[in-house]
Design a protein around this ligand. Structure first.
Ligand code: 5AD
Ligand code: SF4
Ligand code: FES
Length: 365
């Protein structure tokens, strides 16, 4: 069975949902190695071997929502809440610009009040001004109104990441309180695209209740939604969340979680071909070389953390998050070495748009 699927991949044939699920379920080392190699070849052919850096600024851990898996959910009172000042955010952005990261990601817990919307709008303008329009800005600020997405786009942000978390409505329902709406999230993805952003989404892999078929459907969902960028990673339990407590998650197998995350990157690369795929930090939380493994399995983007270390411990969506004490400069050197050791090069000063976005845009014009 794997041989025929691998032949189909070599011939560029479209994989069925059953074939995708089969690949995701492979547990034998040799088979996984072949899968990663094939995905790497598809990456080289479609997006090359340059790795694009996005400096990640975790600007606030204040969140209105209560996702059952997340360490900064509103009901987790053990968290000290923070909000970076405008000066701190601008300083981090300028650091990214001066260190030749082509773009940054502004991420935070979800807030929809006018003060927050204004704050973000102003900071986007400030960052654009300080970098003569050169630094690319990606937002990862959750579900918002259409008007808000438009305001932030007009201020100068050009990419937006909103993970669907799972494309399966029923599973989504099990991972979130009743007032968190799957339909609203889907609608937001459409609004983001409509506002003109390059659009990114993704899922967590290895979630409780999640099947291999669910993950195969997630990949087909990315395809159907014509997504430009994918950010996905293994689910890692956080002890102060409902999902980490028995009976939901009695045991967590790090090696299995890592391998599943890597297989998901590989198969997504094979099916979607020309999109940007991030090797996320959650992979590194499971294995010191997790992100390099992600690059070898088909990812081409890394998001080094450039948040001031004094805030990092308070932004733990999951446990054992790496780089809690390493400042932006240390992470920069560390990432550089890791990427070079993996035999890849860094796309300095580049926005690094996915070829997929470029062809999507050209089709529209
Ligand atoms: N493990 C892994 N990823 C998580 N996220 C939230 N909580 C966890 C967790 N426990 C991810 C979600 C969210 C992103 C910002 O972080 O997918 O979209
Ligand atoms: Fe808030 Fe995002 Fe965490 Fe959900 S996953 S609780 S929206 S920060
Ligand atoms: Fe932060 Fe390695 S990337 S220390």
């Amino acid at each position: 069975m794997p041989e025929t699927i691998f032949e189909k991949i070599d011939g560029g044939g479209e994989l069925s949902i059953g074939e995708i699920a089969f690949l995701l379920g492979m547990e034998e080392k040799a088979g996984m190695e072949i899968l990663f190699k094939k995905a790497y070849a598809v990456k080289l052919k479609n997006v090359g071997s340059k790795v694009y850096l996005r400096g990640l600024i975790e600007l606030s851990n204040i969140c209105e929502k209560n996702c059952y898996y997340c360490g900064i959910r509103k009901s987790n009172t053990l968290n000290k809440r923070y909000m970076m000042t405008e000066e701190e955010i601008l300083k981090a952005a300028i650091w990214a610009y001066e260190n030749r990261y082509g773009s940054i990601v502004l991420q935070s817990g979800e807030r929809t009040d006018e003060a927050f919307i204004n704050f973000i709008e102003n900071i986007i303008r400030d960052i654009k001004k300080a970098s003569s329009g050169k630094l690319g800005i990606t937002l990862c600020l959750g579900e918002q109104e259409e008007e808000t997405y438009r305001r932030w786009f007009n201020a100068g942000a050009h990419r937006y990441l909103l993970r669907i978390e799972t494309s399966n409505r029923e599973l989504y329902g099990k991972l979130h309180p009743a007032d968190h709406s799957f339909d609203k999230r889907l609608k937001c993805l459409e609004l983001i695209k409509k506002a003109g952003y390059q659009i990114g989404t993704g899922v967590m892999t290895g979630l409780p209740f999640q099947t291999l078929e669910n993950l195969a459907e997630d990949i087909l969902f990315f395809k159907k939604m014509d997504i430009d960028m994918i950010g996905m990673g293994p689910y890692i339990p956080h002890k102060d969340t409902p999902l980490a407590v028995e009976p939901f998650y009695p045991d967590f197998n790090k090696q299995y979680a890592l391998e599943l995350g890597l297989k998901m990157i590989a198969v997504t690369r094979i099916v979607l071909k020309d999109v940007n795929i991030a090797a996320t930090t959650a992979l590194q939380a499971l294995n010191d070389k997790g992100r390099e493994m992600g690059l070898m399995a088909g990812a081409n983007v890394i998001m080094p953390n450039i948040t001031d270390t004094k805030y990092r411990a308070a932004y733990q969506l999951y446990q054992n998050k790496p780089c809690l004490d390493e400042n932006a400069s240390l992470c920069r050197e560390c990432i550089k070495k890791r990427i070079e050791d993996a035999g890849e090069s860094i796309g300095y000063d580049e926005w690094g748009d996915s070829p997929h976005f470029r062809s999507r845009r050209n089709e529209k014009n």
